[in-house]
Design a binder for this molecule. Structure first.
Ligand SMILES: Nc1ncnc2c1ncn2[C@@H]1O[C@H](COP(=O)(O)OP(=O)(O)OP(=O)(O)O)[C@@H](O)[C@H]1O
Length: 374
């Protein structure tokens, strides 16, 4: 592991056995099914994918809240998959979390001062009460709250402010890395941007590594240095945010990007665009797991597992045909010819893609965020 790598996963697998009884074998849910990734010191790394693709399970494995079925997680040079006792306390100091729902993750009976000061009691036990109070006041200011907020309780704050309290609490131990599992998805759209900006500023000012898990690419587009796209427990594309957003290679990434609304519509209720149903992680399709929803699928996609292929720019993609798809998009209409009648419908899709049309997908019910006052 190179010195500029802070967190790495090698062959990470987490399966859950569900159901089953005396006479029945349990069903195996392949929530995380063979993930390799490397996160560099000081970067903001985003993991994106649809609900149920295994993001939270991956986050919990990286945080050592879950043990892997196979594989290892290496933090700052050591395998943390089995750490406990003092080593786990030290790990908690260096690696902190921000959760999706700040309300349920904050004990409602504790004042904000107590909530933010609690990690200091564990990780900086030598501080006097006055020093701890000063430190808490500084942390609250750092996240855009006021020192006098220390005497209030979580229910007295709006959703965005509560997430700021969660961030102050995460910062208290002076971590090297913070993992946020959907840190803004419970917030109103206008508040999301404020919290994202806060996280970006803190990441830069404190030289923190941030790992942000999100189902919404719009959320992480402007804050992440690198992005990994997950599908059915595996990474299908990864690279710099610029590469992945500007030149997506995997048909799944292209479809996710197509689902992002135009900025001028960003305040309106969104249509969530999906390509049909994601198969169950307990019965992932053979070959390329995405082939059942891919408009570009060919015969070998149904049988051969694509490897996550890296190029010199560290832009990796797991798709047998990404080069052909990209080339087809660049082929002028009059020179492009279907090679066989069997490929006619596929050719039409290539043409549609070349014309800038979105890939085939269905639209599901719109979800509108609940307005909150910040
Ligand atoms: N403890 C568990 N026991 C059984 N199955 C689980 C468990 N945790 C997660 N799963 C299953 O693993 C799969 C991946 O779940 P996970 O929560 O990691 O996905 P996700 O991408 O974070 O989705 P969401 O955004 O909806 O939380 C799902 O099918 C889920 O039902």
């Amino acid at each position: 592991m190179s010195n500029d790598t802070i967190l790495a996963a090698h062959g990470l697998v987490r399966h859950f056995n569900v159901g089953g009884g005396l006479l029945q074998n349990p069903t195996v849910v392949r929530a995380v099914d063979g993930i390799d990734l490397t996160i560099k010191r000081g970067e903001t790394f985003a993991i994106v994918g649809e609900s149920g693709c295994g993001k939270s399970t991956l986050a919990r494995l990286l945080m050592r809240l879950l043990t892997p079925t196979r594989g290892e997680v290496v933090f700052d040079g050591r395998d943390i998959s089995g750490v406990d006792g003092k080593a786990l306390t030290d790990l908690r100091r260096d690696m902190q979390f921000i959760f999706q729902d700040p309300f349920s993750s904050l004990n409602p009976r504790l004042t904000v001062g107590k909530l933010v000061g609690e990690p200091l009691e564990v990780h900086a036990p030598d501080l006097t009460r006055a020093q701890r109070r000063d430190r808490v006041a500084g942390l609250l200011e750092q996240v855009g709250l006021k020192p006098e907020h220390a005497d209030r309780y979580p229910h007295e704050f709006s959703g965005g402010q509560r997430q700021r309290i969660g961030i102050a609490r995460a910062l208290a131990s002076g971590p090297k890395l913070i993992i946020g599992d959907e840190p803004v998805s419970a917030l109103d759209v206008s508040v999301q941007a404020q919290v994202i900006n806060l996280l970006s500023d803190l990441g830069r000012d404190l030289d923190l590594t941030l790992v942000i898990i999100a189902h919404d690419l719009a959320v992480i587009r402007h804050m992440s240095d690198r992005v990994a796209v997950m599908y059915l427990g595996q990474i299908v594309e990864s690279g710099t945010a610029d590469e992945v957003f500007e030149s997506p290679r995997h048909p799944y990434t292209r479809a996710l990007l197509d689902a992002i609304p135009e900025p001028r519509h960003s305040e309106t209720p969104r249509e969530q665009t999906v390509l049909g149903e994601m198969p169950s992680p307990s019965a992932p399709p053979p070959g390329c797991r995405f082939h059942t929803r891919c408009p570009f699928a060919q015969d070998n996609c149904r049988t051969d597992v694509p490897r996550l292929e890296d190029d010199a720019d560290e832009h990796a993609v797991a798709c047998h045909h990404w080069r052909a798809i990209a080339a087809a998009q660049a082929v002028p209409e009059r020179t492009a010819k279907p090679r066989s009648s069997g490929s006619a419908s596929r050719f039409a899709l290539y043409r549609a893609a070349a014309d800038g049309a979105p890939l085939t997908y269905k639209t599901a019910a719109a979800t509108s965020p609940t307005p909150t006052k910040d």
